[in-house]
Design a protein around this ligand. Structure first.
Ligand SMILES: *Cc1c(COP(=O)(O)O)cnc(C)c1O
Length: 371
């Protein structure tokens, strides 16, 4: 049988024709500083605990898992209480396979045809894809020169576009910019005035790396039924491979997500891995401190060499500005250092790695950029 490649017969949605799947290059080089992972692998203690609990879960794999993963939600609430000082009930927590799936659940429940999702660029490049995949109209405002969001302009855009979902990464990816509480309050007020309602999602994927004095949006949850704070175990927790993201919101909002999730979306193995890792939160929190210090030192080092560096509350740094950023990116890669070519023209993003990774990065950059 021959197929006629010139005449495709798959009924692919028109908006997907010709598109490539999302993803940063996965290359095998010594210094992986391109997707903001935690450079430290789980310790032997964590690995042993995970292995033990997964074995226990394996013995029950003939049964479907707890579809409401109550124990995990209670553990996550306990973790957030320690991490941010905000007490939450188990029914205010939701979890999924990475915060990417969390966002999809939110768009499935609150977006859709005839509705609008809104964000402020430059920001996480997956947001427009969640909108596209749920047939939600996508509107994007601009961040200021220093990558902050002007509160009044944001409120005006929300009033004009009447979105049902606003997505705000804080700290923002790829810029590292945290959202000041005052800006968020103005946006929440504007969203509360949208006819039909508007959910504001603060994506705190990098929340644990915020600097002293920067508060988590979790503090605003008590008075804001339309606020969602999303978190992940992929970054600070060093568990990107396990695929666990979660959110905190009002119980009614969480209930809406239970309607759109696939049955048993969080496997018994995933639940066991997450719960075992959460028992080691105190040790992980200590490690976050050293990554933060490494970040602040890198910001200073780059500035001392005359480069522009965005303020960062995350575990990565956006720096520039280069006439030919691709040449810099390639030069680093040739020296075994993989960073990310992302953000506004001329800028590059580097994740914070181990001290050895940072030395390799700095040495390579000095050579390639002639600093
Ligand atoms: C890395 C990242 C996430 C995390 O995605 P997971 O699916 O939880 O691994 C979410 N939001 C932003 C802005 C990110 O950079």
């Amino acid at each position: 049988m021959t197929s006629d490649l010139a005449r495709p017969s798959l009924p692919l949605r028109a908006e997907l024709v010709g598109l490539e799947p999302y993803g940063a290059p996965q290359l095998d080089v010594p210094h992986l500083l391109n997707v903001n992972e935690n450079p430290y692998a789980p310790s032997v203690d964590v690995v042993a605990d995970i292995a033990h609990d997964v074995a226990e879960a394996a013995a029950g794999l003939n049964r479907y898992p707890d579809r409401d993963f109550r124990a995990l939600r209670a553990d996550l609430a306990g973790y957030l209480a320690v991490e941010s000082g905000v007490e939450l009930a188990e029914d205010q927590i939701w979890a999924a396979n990475g915060s990417n799936e969390i966002m999809l659940h939110l768009l499935q429940a609150f977006g859709g045809p005839g509705r609008t999702a809104l964000s402020f660029a430059p920001t996480y490049s997956m947001y427009p894809e969640y909108a596209r995949d749920t047939s939600t109209r996508w509107v994007v405002g601009r961040r200021a020169e220093d990558f902050t969001i002007d509160p009044q302009a944001a409120a005006a855009l929300i009033a004009a576009e009447a979105p049902s979902v606003v997505l705000l990464a804080s700290p923002n990816n790829p810029t590292g910019t945290a959202l000041p509480a005052r800006t968020l309050e103005v946006i929440l007020d504007a969203a509360a005035d949208v006819p039909g309602g508007c959910v504001v999602v603060v994506d705190e994927a990098y929340g644990e790396f915020r600097r002293e004095g920067v508060r988590s949006a979790l503090h605003l949850l008590a008075d804001r039924p339309h606020l969602v704070v999303s978190r992940t175990m992929s970054k600070a927790f060093g568990l990107a491979g396990a695929r666990v993201g979660y959110l905190a919101a009002a119980p009614a909002l969480v209930d809406a997500l239970r309607v759109v999730r696939l049955p048993y979306h969080l496997s018994a193995v995933t639940q066991a891995v997450a719960r075992a890792a959460l028992r080691h939160a105190p040790a992980l929190m200590a490690q976050i401190g050293s990554l933060r210090a490494e970040r602040d030192a890198l910001v200073e080092w780059l500035r001392d060499r005359g480069l522009r560096v965005a303020e960062s509350d995350a575990n990565f740094v956006l720096f520039g500005v280069f006439d030919d950023r691709h040449a810099i990116w390639q030069g680093l890669l040739d020296r075994g250092v993989l960073i990310r070519e992302t953000g506004p023209e001329g800028w590059l993003r580097v994740s914070i790695g181990t001290p050895e990774d940072m030395t390799a990065f700095k040495d390579a950059l000095v050579e390639v950029a002639g600093l």
